[in-house]
Design a binder for this molecule. Structure first.
Ligand SMILES: *Cc1c(COP(=O)(O)O)cnc(C)c1O
Length: 392
């Protein structure tokens, strides 16, 4: 699960400190809070860790994607391309901005297929959102090449890949702007929370204004008299979240190294099973390690393997257990909303055959930080047994 497993005395002390100072708001009250600003400290730490100029904390990962779309200047009617396999929040943020989500296929990396991406570009495309699903970086070289050729901005949804990297750079920092989530089940957690990162000052400032009702945060002016030039919303992070984030970030490298170690043990022990194929890793050194995915030759076999694993007390993660929340082919509510909005049958559930075939043959095993040795052994034995029964 990640940092949520490690919540402890340090987080408790930081939260108590915030409550003792009595300021739960990220701005102002300098004297009362003794000039201690935890959200700001968390932002500075993230910027340093990620190697970017600007980090902007917000209330959630969903808010981060929405704010980043505002940073990019996305307007109602603009098309934004993302991928078929993602958490529904990516699409919700696009809809919330009034933009039109256009959905590209995923390939065997379980992330955006750069070839299909290129076929989805029109003269209305204003942004591309690759999602680094389940800790693994997308094919950023190929995706950024397509984007550059067409003059389109790239927003990385790195909500599931905080601390992962691609060819030596942290995911979220490779495109024009990136997003992270700190909800309870993500790599590190602040309960609820998110972050936007960028090297572009203009994008940072637009996001900063947007997440706080348009406030320009002029240090020389009291908040009530602050200047404004755009409308915004309230997507602010609270001081308590910031205080937890400062500690959780200090645990991130440990989280990732433990997950990678546990994942490698399982992967090594099932690598010799004939007929199992592993997820393609665009940079195997950049994997956050929170999930191990393998494919069966046919979807019925995947269903049978899932059954056997579940009966043996081994749970799957998203694939297939929560695919209903992570695949456009299962989102009637969004497809019908989009068709109403467009006034025609522009979207159908069978428009992503490649994704369909990959996702329905996949099994994902969740990897955690504190994984008992006997649970790891049980997973290994369980997969061997299931493969023997299903693959013969
Ligand atoms: C979790 C997640 C989000 C949203 O983050 P929240 O903090 O839960 O709002 C967005 N995109 C992806 C890919 C996610 O997994």
């Amino acid at each position: 699960m990640g940092g949520g497993e490690l919540l402890g005395k340090k987080e408790i002390d930081e939260v108590v400190g915030v409550l003792e100072r009595g300021v739960l708001f990220r701005y102002g009250f300098n004297e009362k809070r003794k000039d201690i600003f935890k959200v700001q400290e968390f932002e500075e730490m993230i910027a340093g860790y990620m190697g970017v100029k600007y980090a902007l904390a917000v209330a959630s990962g969903t808010a981060a994607v929405r704010v980043a779309l505002a940073s990019l200047g996305i307007e109602p009617g603009d098309e934004v391309i993302t991928q078929s396999f993602t958490f529904v929040a990516t699409i919700e943020a696009i809809l919330e901005a009034g933009a039109i989500p256009v959905i590209a296929e995923v390939d065997q990396s379980f992330n955006m297929d750069p070839k299909d991406l290129e076929t989805k570009i029109t003269n209305k495309t204003k942004a591309i959102i690759p999602v680094h699903m389940l800790g693994v970086p997308a094919k950023m070289d190929e995706i950024c090449n397509v984007a550059k050729r067409h003059g389109i901005k790239v927003l990385e949804d790195s909500c599931q890949a905080c601390g992962s990297s691609y060819k030596g750079r942290k995911t979220g920092t490779i495109g024009d702007i990136g997003c992270f989530s700190f909800d309870f089940v993500k790599t590190i957690t602040t309960g609820e929370g998110g972050m936007v990162v960028t090297n572009d000052e203009g994008m940072y400032l637009r996001g900063d204004y947007f997440q706080d009702h348009g406030h320009e945060h002029r240090p020389d002016i009291p908040r009530g008299k602050d200047s404004k030039s755009i409308t915004g919303f309230n997507y602010r992070m609270s001081e308590i979240q910031g205080a937890i984030g400062v500690i959780q970030l200090s645990r991130l490298d440990y989280v990732i190294s433990q997950q990678r170690k546990n994942k490698a043990r399982i992967k090594d022990a099932i690598g010799n099973i004939n007929g199992l194929e592993f997820r393609e890793l665009p940079d195997k050194d950049g994997d956050g390690g929170d999930t191990l995915i393998f494919l069966l030759p046919e979807s019925q076999m995947a269903k049978d393997v899932e059954d056997i694993l579940t009966k043996g007390g081994i749970e799957t993660k998203i694939l297939p257990s929560a695919l209903g929340w992570h695949y456009i082919g299962n989102w009637n509510h969004i497809i019908s909303r989009l068709n109403r909005q467009m006034g025609k049958e522009a979207y159908r559930r069978d428009m992503w055959p490649k994704s369909d075939s990959i996702l329905n043959r996949a099994i994902a095993i969740g990897i955690s930080v504190n994984m008992a040795d006997d649970y790891i052994d049980r997973i290994i034995t369980g997969i061997h047994k299931a493969a023997r029964l299903v693959l013969g």
